[in-house]
Design a protein around this ligand. Sequence first.
Ligand code: NAP
Ligand code: MG
Length: 481
Amino acid sequence: MDINKLSFNPSLCFINGKWIQPHRGKFIELTNPSSGKILCKISRGSSEDIDHAVKAAQNSDWVHSTALERGRVLLKMSQMVLNEVELLAELEANDVGKPLTQARGDAIALARYLEFYGGASDKIHGETIPYLKGYTVYTLREPHGVTGHIVPWNYPMQIIGRSIGAALAMGNTTVLKPAEEACLSALAFADIASRAGLPEGALNVVPGLGSEAGASLACHPGINHISFTGSEVVGKKIQAAAAKNVVPVTLELGGKSPQIVFEDADLEAALPFLVNSGIQNAGQTCSAASRILIQKSVFNKVKDMMGEKYRALRVGPAIDDLDLGPLISKRQKEIVLNFLELGKGLKIVAKGSISRNAPETGFYIQPTLFEDVPYDHKLAQEEIFGPVQVLIPFDTEDQAIHIANSTSFGLVASIWTNNGARQMRMAKELKCGQVFINNYGAGGGVELPFGGVGRSGHGREKGFEALYGFSTLKTIAAFHG
Ligand code: NAP
Ligand code: MG
């Protein structure tokens, strides 16, 4: 793809509806993970750019728009994203290393978020509350004001859709700091928003380093809400920064999510979910099912079924559109290789293979399935963020619950069983934000509230919950006698 033929210049910031040079004139080189080669340069935004963006957001006309007007603009953006899915997918494949089909799925999900929140913007309202004689009491849902959005590199379009889409629908204005390793789809999104007629200042995008642009955004006194998706380490810094300004924060952090397979499950139906949930986006997914808990009586059977699938997995350049692309960076590859080192001594069921087409300079790794891993082993406790899954045997339902809840994360979980009572019991016992019964992910529905407990974070995005999160409630009590 020819980056020079884009309808915007990717080396600029998007502030107040205009493409501008970063204030300090510094840039960062973006790498294509499939080749390890430089793709283009992007702005290395600084505190001055963040300050400019926050002021633009404070003065945007978007705050005067009606809910109907907001909905219409978001719906127009959604349609334009759909019209440009192929371009967005190609851009993401080059920038993030995502196989084209998966990148296309992310672009379609972005459109769907804009459609959902565009449709919802004039359907969310307060209520009236019966109260003392002579009073009328009602509540108003109001925007926070300027919301800051710091997103990671693994699903840029989906995360932009769910957080910027919901924030704009409620009438907030936004400043977005994409991950330095994955900025292109965020900039393309700004270009689409601008062409769709989103008023100046409603969306500002400042690419840059986390420690510079990101940190400046998190602690800017003009920000009224922060939505952060990323690692726990950075999440804690964001929460501390938000605390200084006493602003609310949504933290979507990591996970170590389990799928729990009982002997009565439909194993054929479970199989694709068991494998895909671990290798999608090369395992760089917060809700990856990196632990597969299997009842002992069917352990060998499930292990063999998964092993066969693993041996057929192919890894290669994003544009070749195989099962897995490369990891995002050399650094991420080293992190995953270090985890694999920790697995030395454990038995490996199977690995996938790297295609001959994959350049040596790309950041490829073989998907790896470990067998019979003790549940308290580091591989079964820590988020790896690569295509690595561990199989853990269990005997009883109580044991399964104990193992599932044994990490300090709590994002999602799934239960595979046809026993209805067990489904209900386990759904209550599992400590996490989403439970799936006889599926995993439910197709990722934008309608379904999503978020974690424990080290996976707090607050909810997606669905109507996100609209509550991106608004504040005012109670009005009128005495009229
Ligand atoms: P990360 O290192 O925490 O980075 C996330 C974002 O924070 C990036 O934009 C990063 O910018 C920025 N950042 C880094 N340091 C910062 C600082 N001091 N102040 C403000 N911002 C800062 O996470 P990642 O490695 O990109 O993403 C992987 C993590 O995200 C995993 O733990 C994964 O589970 C989690 N995740 C969670 C969800 C969810 O919904 N729960 C979804 C996706 C990913 P730079 O990249 O430019 O440094
Ligand atoms: Mg990149």
